[in-house]
Design a protein around this ligand. Structure first.
Ligand code: NAI
Ligand code: MG
Length: 365
């Protein structure tokens, strides 16, 4: 049977950008013989409106069974006053938690046509292609004890940075596997100088590295890493780091290359019976209520998220590269949605016109 893909468009611009991805998925079916069993379901506010919950048990079960899940975005002002337990974000959190997606992959890639758009000098970012692997299910965001307690005559806010060896080991292994498929360079970032979890992190990553003698492993303190990422990001290939540092460093790295409308991501878990990891692919951006329903959204982040699915869930690295190349081509041709124009006085193209352009570039590939 065909590999299965569950599509969860979500809210706001989610369904708008996903409509373009659907056309691209169909193109790969028609022109490249890549047939997927595609099904679509509700998540976030859309699911709340239909079922009173941001992710139904049925949808959760379908996500667990799918070879890959592709999500648009969730949330919006309409749902801001809802109780925390049914907020749209909770749908996404449930997916991540129950699928146990511990490795968050955030590429920072600079398309030459957009190099001027970066806040850094062009030669610093031109040709940049790095990948940050962030541990997503543990660390200080989840560690116990946590809370606000009374101590003497004041209150204390407490969080605990906590990592088990196995948590470090599994994300390190994902990062090494990724490095093997890329430039065979991995930099691990922590603060072993001041944190016990960092000492253990460094030790475990080094040990896992013995299984990957071809990968050149280095270690860097995360604060120095932030400096190096802005000074000369091209020194890196794959970076692996914990949940908190990864949150900051991946946002920092993302902005080296420009618009939120361009950034894909993948969240991977343990291998399934077929050997491929459980996987959720989604653009980094949210539901963008300020532009929703106006045909202004840039679909490229979601399109590139599907390219990641082709590469990491469906073993179609060549077809993923074909799609990425098509995106590069349309940008080089000057096609720009509003978010990619900045101060330029040019008229932007619409979401579906960007989809048209990518399909044309695919036809020509
Ligand atoms: P956002 O990412 O939705 O928007 C930030 C800014 O970037 C807005 O000005 C928006 O118009 C622009 N933008 C985002 N994606 C774009 C695209 N594809 N093309 C062109 N412009 C784009 O973040 P914001 O405004 O903080 O959050 C809006 C809603 O989205 C909230 O309800 C928030 O909770 C939710 N959210 C959901 C996420 C998810 O589903 N993974 C992630 C981040 C926010
Ligand atoms: Mg963040």
């Amino acid at each position: 049977s065909n590999p299965s893909l569950l599509i969860l468009p979500g809210d706001g611009i989610g369904p708008e950008v996903m409509a373009e991805v659907r056309r691209i998925i169909d193109w790969f079916g028609d022109k490249r013989g890549l047939a997927f069993d595609v099904s679509e379901d509700l998540v976030g506010g859309a699911a709340y409106d239909a079922h009173g919950a941001p992710l139904s048990d049925e949808t959760m079960a379908r996500a667990q069974d799918a070879d890959a899940v592709l999500l648009g975005a969730v949330g919006g002002p309409k749902y801001d006053t809802l109780d925390f337990s049914v907020k749209p974000e909770r749908g996404l959190l449930r997916l991540r938690k129950e699928m146990d997606l511990f490795a968050n992959l955030r590429p920072a890639q600079c398309f030459d046509a957009l190099a001027d758009f970066s806040s850094l000098k062009k030669d610093v970012v031109a040709g940049l292609d790095i990948m940050i692997v962030r541990e997503l299910t543990s660390g200080v965001y989840f560690g116990e004890p946590r809370g606000i307690i009374e101590e003497g005559n004041e209150r204390v806010g407490i969080n605990t940075q906590r990592y088990t060896e196995s948590e470090i080991e599994r994300v390190a292994r994902s990062a090494f596997e990724l490095a093997m498929k890329r430039g065979k360079k991995l930099c691990s970032m922590e603060k072993a100088n001041v944190m016990e979890s960092g000492v253990l992190w460094r030790e475990v990553v080094t040990r896992v590295g013995q299984d990957y003698p071809e990968v050149e492993l280095s270690h860097m303190y995360a604060d120095a890493g932030a400096m190096q990422l802005t000074r000369w990001p091209k020194q890196f290939d794959v970076i692996v780091t914990d949940n908190l540092f990864g949150d900051l460093l991946s946002d920092l790295a993302a902005m080296l290359t420009g618009s939120l409308g361009m950034l894909p991501s993948a969240s991977l878990g343990a291998p399934m019976a077929n050997g491929r990891p459980k996987a959720l692919y989604e653009p980094v951006h949210g539901s963008a209520p300020d532009i929703a329903g106006q045909g202004k959204a840039n679909p490229i982040a979601c399109i590139l998220s599907f390219a990641m699915a082709l590469r990491y869930s469906f073993d179609q690295g060549g077809e993923a590269a074909r799609l990425e190349k098509a995106v590069e081509t349309v940008l080089a041709q000057g096609h720009r949605t509003a978010d990619l124009l900045g101060e330029e006085g040019r008229a932007p193209i619409s979401t579906s016109q960007m989809g048209d352009a990518v399909l044309e570039a695919l036809d020509a590939s």
